[in-house]
Design a protein around this ligand. Structure first.
Ligand code: AQP
Length: 331
């Protein structure tokens, strides 16, 4: 049976990129009754300077949002990474199998390290912790957005390295990434970059808990170009194509039919149409987020149950890892 693992950082509200690029896929897999584990990866969120009270709130917001998107904790293991200590333990062990040049070439590190003066070591080894997240659950499949390919390749490399040195133990995981270029949602303000929680210009990011007015405003201000008709050409017209892509994904239509229907519209009119479609799609999710957020005890209970399930698997893996490495006194 497939074992599926994925994670999301509680660095802010879940946005349309996270949702369309990854989270929607998770609920689809869950609804096909696959064995799936989802972690709110809070330890990844401290690799950049952060605000502790905001992080705690964002953990609950992320849990509420995942439930609102359809994650069902009676089927999916949903937990907070820092409550399962084995993630740090395996991370340390994998650090010894990783080389510094390999980490230095990863694009997300290059991008983020540019934005801070003194680069934290945690930011550098972040992908190793991600590999530990995946390997602890012996995941065979990892559904992620297109921006994560290189990180998954590192996890594959580390699993191979471990198996060669210490004997076969870890599956070589497969990334599950939507093949079409549309799986990467771009910033509305800077369509050369992906939509991101930590974007310095928040107007480029549509959050799942944004109000209809906020969504309308952000889409109205989205950067397009000087051509007023609507067409899909991600290289020549990244801004408009990003809107077409988002429109197609939230309505379930093909790119062609979205473009065909927009034939008579100019960019300003088209933006209104996209806003309506996004607002309509997100309305029930937003209502559910608020409902779940208002019941914090229920969220704590769900996350605790999830941690217990995750911990059992993680502890069994670590017992085996320590035996293989000759660590400790038992086994
Ligand atoms: N713009 C995007 N388009 C498609 N997929 C995306 N993902 C993120 N941004 C896009 C996918 O969402 C999942 C969870 O992402 P994450 O929270 O682990 O980290 P991230 O990739 O670093 O996302 P952000 O929003 O940009 O967070 P910050 O700003 O905190 O770094 C992943 O599967 C990711 O591929």
């Amino acid at each position: 049976q497939k074992k599926i693992f994925s994670g999301i950082q509680p660095t802010g509200s879940m946005h349309l990129g996270n949702y369309l690029g990854a989270v929607r896929k998770w609920t689809e897999l869950q609804n096909k009754r696959e064995n799936i584990t989802i972690s709110i990866v809070d330890m990844h969120s401290i690799t950049m300077p952060h605000n502790p009270p905001a992080l705690r709130e964002n953990i609950f917001l992320m849990a509420a949002t995942l439930l609102a998107c359809g994650i069902d904790p009676s089927h999916t293991t949903l937990f907070v990474q820092s409550s399962v200590l084995e993630h740090s333990e395996l991370n340390w062990i994998l650090n010894s199998l990783t080389t510094m040049p390999r980490l230095a070439q990863l694009p997300q590190f290059k991008e983020k390290s540019r934005t801070v003066r003194d680069v934290p070591l945690g930011l550098f080894v972040y992908p190793v912790l991600q590999a530990a997240d995946i390997m602890l659950y012996k995941a065979t499949h990892v559904p992620v957005g297109a921006d994560q390919v290189q990180h998954i390749q590192l996890a594959q490399h580390l699993a191979r390295g471990f198996n060669t040195r210490y004997g076969d133990m870890f599956p070589i995981c497969n990334p599950l990434i939507e093949e079409n270029e549309g799986s990467r949602i771009l910033s509305l303000r800077e369509p050369s970059k992906k939509m991101s929680k930590s974007d310095l210009s928040p107007k480029g990011t549509i959050n799942l808990n944004d109000s209809p007015d906020q969504i309308t405003e952000k889409i109205k201000k989205a950067v397009t170009d000087f051509t007023s008709d609507i067409s899909y050409n991600p290289n020549a017209r990244p801004g408009v194509s990003n809107l077409v892509n988002i429109h197609a994904l939230v309505t379930g239509q093909s790119i062609e039919s979205v473009v065909e229907e927009a034939k008579q519209l100019d960019t300003a009119q088209y933006k209104e149409r996209v806003s309506e479609a996004v607002i309509e799609h997100l309305r029930p999710i937003r209502e559910l987020i608020n409902k779940h957020l208002s019941n914090r005890n229920e969220l704590i209970y769900i996350l605790e149950m999830g941690s217990e399930k995750a911990r059992k698997v993680a502890q069994a893996t670590m017992t085996e890892v320590k035996q293989r490495l000759g660590l400790g006194t038992v086994g």
